[in-house]
Design a protein around this ligand. Structure first.
Ligand SMILES: C[S@@+](CC[C@H](N)C(=O)[O-])C[C@H]1O[C@@H](n2cnc3c(N)ncnc32)[C@H](O)[C@@H]1O
Length: 427
């Protein structure tokens, strides 16, 4: 998932990604967006068995007023009206196949039950749930893509089962509780885009006790990386351009290339140490205020001598059932080292060692690539590290006050006796 328009550092390491973004106009790093009129809570489908009512309902349990739909939110939803975004997500087979497999894995729970698809997009996950035997699916999306979702549902003769609601999950009303919530809410660095808050809202408004949330938990990781090819390509290049010394360009090149986080694909070979768990999210228990700011301290020990160019971030999500609903201590012991410095092999083992055989959708460098790629925060200047050298510091990710869908990143790092601070914004 992505969002927000008009902002980008424009760099894409992955050419395929680059061209698909150009296709969407403007070489954007993320799914672009422009202004749209937002009409909260009207229903696209015409389902006769369930009364849809957007008026105040005295019988409803007391709820806090939903957060206002800002201009930024409207731009965000408008970005999802573009076909290219949905095409890219659906063509991401790792993503879409894992969701479908997870739905089928939980088929016995879903059969005959009521499902809510938070942010249904084209309706693909709602249709998978209907195919798995759901009695009824509420497919909610605030973007105009809901209009197409409704057509897709009708064309597949599922209008009696899937009710498309065109509105924010914060604003729509339904008159029953749901057994299952499914959503593909993950942004770059997991939390960028802030859609998880809408899943929390849906959970607190409608999920039955003992209900199922797919995915059930998520983990964000970070690790130091070396990437000489990337650094040489963007920076060192200026030292000798057709025999001309263009070093005067270096400062500008560093700023333009590395001021903002970059979304690129790296491999396990770029990663210098075991990853560190930045945040584990239990979708059954996470609260809104936990998402406003996430902080962690980390300490790595480089496994090789190399120039340290920055940090990579990636995430995975797990599709566990409700009975073994995980807790915040749920990270398998294979993954929890004393200092949270987890070995990459541990992640691979995690999939095999998972006692519940829960499916995992991973965006790790050593796993098959997804449209999320990895998120890289580069330093302006590399640090030469020796084998076993300590790299330590802290990280704070916080929702921007200006636009909660943007993410402020405060990174402190020190190694070899020198300390640095890097502030950046993901927008
Ligand atoms: C990443 S897309 C996923 C689309 C689809 N579920 C899929 O997997 O292909 C997220 C969708 O959620 C919608 N969305 C985000 N926040 C929402 C909210 N608060 N209420 C309703 N829809 C929302 C967006 O408009 C977008 O279409």
């Amino acid at each position: 998932m992505y969002g927000i328009t008009g902002y980008s550092n424009g760099y894409h390491q992955n050419q395929q990604q680059h061209s698909s973004e150009e296709k969407r106009g403007g070489g954007r790093r993320r799914r672009g967006g422009r202004r749209s009129r937002h009409r909260p809570g009207f229903r696209v489908s015409d389902h006769h068995h369930h009364h849809y009512n957007n008026d105040d309902d005295d019988d409803k349990q007391e709820q806090k007023a939903p957060p206002p739909c800002t201009d930024f939110d409207m731009a965000y939803f408008h970005s999802y009206a573009h076909v290219g975004i949905h095409e890219e997500m659906i063509k991401d087979r790792v993503r879409t196949d894992t969701y479908r497999a997870a739905i089928m894995q939980h088929q016995s729970f879903i059969e005959g039950k009521v499902v809510m698809d938070v942010g249904c997009g084209t309706g693909i996950l709602s249709i998978f749930c209907a195919q798995a035997g759901a009695k009824r699916v509420y497919a909610v999306d605030a973007s105009d893509i809901a209009l197409q979702a409704n057509e897709v549902v009708k064309a597949n003769n599922l209008a009696e089962k899937i009710i498309v609601l065109h509105g924010r999950v914060e604003d729509v009303e339904i008159d029953e509780e749901v057994d299952v919530i499914i959503s593909e809410w993950m942004g770059y660095m997991l939390l960028y885009e802030s859609m998880l808050g809408s899943v929390i809202t849906a959970r607190d408004r409608w999920l039955k006790h003992g209900g199922l949330i797919l995915p059930s938990n998520a983990t964000l990781y970070m690790a130091p990386i070396t990437h000489p090819d990337r650094y040489n390509d963007s920076i060192e290049f200026w030292r000798n351009v057709y025999g001309i010394d263009m070093s005067a360009m270096l400062q500008l090149a560093k700023q333009c290339a590395f001021e903002e986080p970059c979304v690129e694909t790296i491999t396990g070979e770029n990663v210098l140490t075991w990853p560190h768990v930045v945040k584990h999210v239990d979708c059954y228990t996470i609260q809104h205020d936990e998402l406003e700011s996430v902080s962690t301290r980390y300490k790595f020990q480089s496994m090789m001598r190399a120039p340290l160019h920055g940090f990579a971030f990636w995430f995975d999500v797990e599709f566990s059932g409700p009975t073994n609903s995980p807790t915040n201590n749920h990270i398998p012991s294979l993954l929890t080292g004393a200092s949270n410095n987890n070995h990459i092999d541990g992640i691979q083992k995690k999939k095999r060692a998972n006692p519940n055989e829960a499916l995992v959708l991973s965006t790790a460098p050593e796993d098959p690539p997804t449209h999320w790629q990895q998120t890289l925060i580069y330093f302006y200047d590399p640090i030469e590290v020796e084998q076993d050298q300590i790299i330590e510091g802290s990280l704070t990710l916080s929702q921007s006050k200006e636009n909660r869908r943007f993410m402020n990143i405060h990174l402190e790092y020190s190694s070899g006796g020198r300390s640095y601070v890097k502030e950046s914004v993901m927008r």
